[in-house]
Design a protein around this ligand. Structure first.
Ligand SMILES: Nc1nc2c(c(=O)[nH]1)N[C@H]1C(S)=C(S)[C@@H](COP(=O)(O)OP(=O)(O)OC[C@H]3O[C@@H](n4cnc5c(N)ncnc54)[C@H](O)[C@@H]3O)O[C@H]1N2
Ligand code: MOO
Length: 390
């Protein structure tokens, strides 16, 4: 058995390289930048007013000052102002030549074209002016390769002169459930049957990432059938669930090998999720998740999601916090444990029964308490690391 950290590192090393492509800004939302970008323009391009009011010479205050024209955003004042002159100006409008300060309109009294100070005034020369290049100048580095294209990052790229951005192309993910007992959700369930829930779980956990998902449906516990499905797969990542353990009907490993693939690792020192396997089939990375639904959840959370983000060119830090325990926990064995838990009043309550088939407990959990291999027993009030799962 390998450690959780080693498993993630090996998965990332096994992953096929995803080429970059250029996509319109709207399609780049939530993806990761494949190359750094620099400003194609200076922002703002020239000195602008930050307020609605009057552009004037500070030395002319408190007036009277003659209003000789107007400067609006997109339509600046053509001339320049001389001593004793001002221009009506609006937020985002170019500062006229000759002006050095903005007087906000709330502190100005205007009678026809004559302006006087009516209030405290700007205080110092240069007030309420956004200087050219305040935000950035042409050629400056703005975003790095691997940066997440958040809404503000996309807006920055737009204002910096970009209509499209380089990102890794969408990752093609195929998902297959294995198990003779499984029936599609909502279908009549025979006495020995079970509604299939893992493929919906895994796909929903990848929603919001740059993936296209092909659901391969339910494969029977038949080595030849699984092998045939593997042979047809055309994807960057194939995720199977079930059939990963040691039973006579756990056929994902032999089917992968029969299809010409290679196993890289099988079994991880973690709970739940121990029987997870990984390998390659031609250009496809294959991950065999355990069938138990909570094991499928934890392995998707700890491996599949960070892996997909890495393939998309980013990184996904673990969202952990430290909180006091409501009750004691026993010492841990050699497997990194993930205990479903809830948080109430800043205190973390471990769910009583941690059987990895119990989806109701999972659906009502806020977090998982992370217990390192060989962690000593913990007492009520001790601080533990929790992984948020909401
Ligand atoms: N002798 C041993 N038995 C088991 C071991 C072991 O080390 N030695 N490991 C256990 C652990 S840990 C896990 S986890 C399970 C996982 O085994 P498999 O990946 O082979 O999963 P299955 O046997 O196919 O299924 C387990 C369980 O989950 C249900 N299942 C399967 N697929 C789905 C699905 N798509 N949707 C909903 N539920 C699903 C299945 O009906 C079983 O109840 O093995 C332990 N055994
Ligand atoms: O570790 Mo298994 O993954 O308990 O259910």
């Amino acid at each position: 058995m390998i450690s959780l950290d080693e498993a993630l590192a090996r998965l990332c090393a096994l992953a096929p390289a995803i080429p970059a492509e250029t996509v319109p800004l709207a399609q780049a939302a939530g993806r990761w930048l494949a190359e750094p970008i620099a400003a194609k323009r200076t922002q703002p391009m020239r000195d602008l007013s930050a307020m609605d009011g009057y552009a004037l010479r500070f030395a002319d205050l408190p007036g009277p000052i003659a209003v000789v024209g107007e400067s609006a955003a997109g339509r600046g004042f053509a001339g320049s102002i001389g001593p004793g002159e001002a221009v009506r100006i609006f937020t985002g409008a170019p500062l006229p030549a000759g002006a050095d300060t903005i007087l906000v309109q709330e502190e100005a009294a205007r009678d026809g074209d004559v302006l006087t100070l009516d209030g405290g005034g700007p205080g110092s020369v240069g007030r309420h002016i956004r200087r050219a290049g305040l935000d950035f100048s042409t050629g400056e580095a703005l975003l790095a390769a691997g940066d997440r294209l958040t809404p503000p990052a996309l807006a920055l790229a737009a204002i910096a002169g970009y209509a499209e951005l380089p990102v890794r192309r969408t990752i093609r993910v195929a998902i297959a459930a294995t198990g003779d007992e499984l029936v599609p959700p909502g279908q009549p369930v025979p006495p020995d049957g079970l509604p299939e829930s893992n493929s919906i779980l895994v796909a929903a956990m990848l929603a919001g990432l740059p993936v296209s998902i092909e659901q391969l449906g339910i494969l029977p516990d038949d080595r030849a059938a699984i092998e045939a499905a593997f042979t047809r797969v055309d994807a960057d990542l194939l995720i199977t669930t079930g059939g990963a353990s040691v039973g006579d009907h756990d056929l994902v490993r032999p089917a992968l090998e029969a299809a010409g693939g290679q196993i890289d690792f099988w079994r991880i020192a973690m709970r739940p999720g121990k029987p997870m396997l990984a390998g390659r089939l031609r250009d496809t990375l294959v991950i065999g998740l355990p069938g138990n639904p909570v094991a499928a959840f934890v392995t998707t959370l700890r491996f599949v999601k960070p892996l997909v983000v890495a393939m998309a060119g980013g990184t996904l830090p673990l969202a952990t916090r430290h909180l006091p325990l409501a009750g004691p926990l026993p010492a841990n064995d050699h497997r990194a444990d993930h205990l479903r838990a809830t948080i109430q009043g800043g205190i973390v309550y471990s769910a009583g029964r941690q059987d990895s088939s119990m989806l109701r407990t999972l659906a009502h959990s806020d977090c998982m308490i992370l217990r390192a291999p060989h962690a000593p027993a913990a007492l009520a009030g001790d601080s533990v690391e929790v992984l948020m799962i909401g």
